[in-house]
Design a binder for this molecule. Structure first.
Ligand SMILES: CC(C)(COP(=O)(O)OP(=O)(O)OC[C@H]1O[C@@H](n2cnc3c(N)ncnc32)[C@H](O)[C@@H]1O)[C@@H](O)C(=O)NCCC(=O)NCCS
Ligand SMILES: Nc1ncnc2c1ncn2[C@@H]1O[C@H](COP(=O)(O)OP(=O)(O)OP(=O)(O)O)[C@@H](O)[C@H]1O
Length: 202
């Protein structure tokens, strides 16, 4: 497997803004949020169990998962969130491993909001944390999504506290500046990761 750079950060911290830039540089990005959508597709391994557990109100008329309905349930009730996670996280982990194995770039990125909360961290050779103050996390997420403030706060509360996450970082990206500043940070890190990947291969 290529060198795996793990990218994490709380909701709205800017993981996608960071990984979009690495993708533009030709780096394969495995995105845990995207993988999580695949495992709950109709006909996939998890959706029937979810509908059985939560009832038909978590399904849309076309049989797809009603993500907003499930989001409201699981971020209001920790037990329900844990139930969903025990079902989906092993499937997500398995699919992530396959995608990492198949990746063909000099190094590969694994982007996950729950990298450090799950065994996904064992897949990463290096942990990069995308960091912004919580007020900015809240503001950017509310601007991006159709989520009210209380729900975003509940999602933040279901994730690692900022200090605990920062304690586990090998590298911290401060994303409180502009997107232009992020371009420069990513370009510099890309050079560093290429060098690390090269020295590992030789
Ligand atoms: C509850 C679901 C259906 C809501 O879907 P929705 O489209 O509204 O949000 P999306 O999946 O894009 O997630 C948005 C953000 O919510 C946060 N989040 C999602 N799941 C979790 C969780 N279990 N714990 C903490 N934060 C979470 C992350 O920051 C994520 O980036 C969905 O998030 C889900 O299936 N979650 C369980 C699977 C999971 O843990 N995914 C996280 C990646 S491993
Ligand atoms: N440096 C920045 N300046 C201004 N806006 C930014 C910056 N970085 C990210 N954003 C915006 O903030 C929002 C959240 O960023 P992004 O979607 O990349 O976060 P994320 O960590 O991937 O979130 P999630 O955990 O929900 O997947 C987006 O609308 C994005 O365009």
């Amino acid at each position: 497997m290529s060198l795996v750079i793990g990218i994490t950060g709380g909701i709205g911290s800017g993981k996608s803004a960071v990984t979009d830039r690495f993708e533009e540089l030709g780096i394969v990005v495995v995105d845990a949020d995207k993988v999580a959508r695949v495992v709950v597709q109709p006909g996939g391994p998890a959706l029937d169990a979810i509908a059985e557990h939560f009832g038909a109100e978590v399904l849309l008329a076309d049989g797809q998962l009603d993500r907003a309905a499930l989001r409201s349930i699981i971020f209001a009730d920790d037990d329900e969130r844990r139930w969903l996670e025990q079902l989906t996280h092993p499937l997500i982990g398995q699919e992530i491993r396959q995608q990492l194995e198949a990746a063909g770039s000099p190094y590969v990125m694994l982007s996950s909001p729950l990298l450090l909360e799950t065994s996904q961290s064992a897949l990463a050779d290096l942990v990069v944390v995308v960091d912004v103050p919580e007020a900015m996390q809240l503001q950017r997420t509310m601007t991006r999504d159709n989520n009210d403030e209380d729900q975003v706060k509940r999602i933040i509360a279901a994730q690692l506290p900022r200090d605990t996450r920062l304690d586990q970082a090998d590298i911290v990206i401060d994303n409180s500046g502009s997107l232009a500043e992020l371009d420069g940070i990513v370009a510099e890190l890309h050079r560093e990761f290429l060098a690390r990947a090269g020295s590992r291969a030789s």
